[in-house]
Design a protein around this ligand. Structure first.
Ligand code: PCA
Length: 177
């Protein structure tokens, strides 16, 4: 069997969002086709400053875990992907020249109650087991240091159609060359 790799995604690769097409969970698999399998939703153990930045409104986890006062734990999804799928993700994120695929400590979310109605105030419960999974984060030196001085960071990236959407993501194909 081909090697499989676990990836934690927190931005436009999440289900329902633009780049999720690069995680073909319906794929038949095999060495010639990219295939991904959803394993769980997860929450980072550490706080990470997550911002939507650049003129293209791109989500970034900035590589400064547990170092920024207002940063939050980030919620995302864990997938198992084959070699071809991983190489397509690396190409999208321009790893290692832009984002860098970096080990991040996460915990599986086993249950989440909506913060509405009678369940108001309920919190995300997560599995005590910690796993170290690779995620695409932006290393120091590739972002302006002032991005670490914000008073608010995201804990969950949403696309423009959702309530806490910030700005509209501009996919690579729509950017001027
Ligand atoms: N794609 C990667 C990193 C940020 C982005 O938009 C992801 O979803 O995890």
């Amino acid at each position: 069997m081909a090697d499989m790799h676990k990836v934690f995604v927190y931005g436009t690769l999440k289900r329902g969002i633009y780049n999720h097409r690069l995680l073909p969970t319906e794929g038949s698999g095999g060495p010639d086709s990219a295939v991904a399998r959803w394993l769980c939703d997860a929450l980072t153990i550490e706080t990470w400053p997550m911002v939507v930045a650049s003129r293209y409104s791109i989500p970034f986890m900035l590589d400064a875990p547990n170092r920024v006062a207002a940063a939050l734990q980030v919620k995302g999804e864990v997938y198992e992907v084959n070699d071809l799928c991983l190489s397509q993700l690396d190409r999208l994120e321009r790893h290692p020249d832009w984002y860098v695929r970096t080990p991040v400590k996460v915990r599986r979310i086993v249950k989440e109650q909506l913060r509405t109605g009678s369940a108001a105030g309920a919190v995300i419960q997560s599995d005590p087991e910690v796993e170290v999974i690779q995620a695409y984060v932006l290393p120091p030196g590739r972002f302006h240091p002032s991005l670490l001085e914000r008073e608010h960071y995201l804990s969950e990236y949403q696309d423009v159609n959702s309530d806490n959407a910030v700005r509209v993501y501009v996919p690579p194909a729509a950017r001027p060359t």
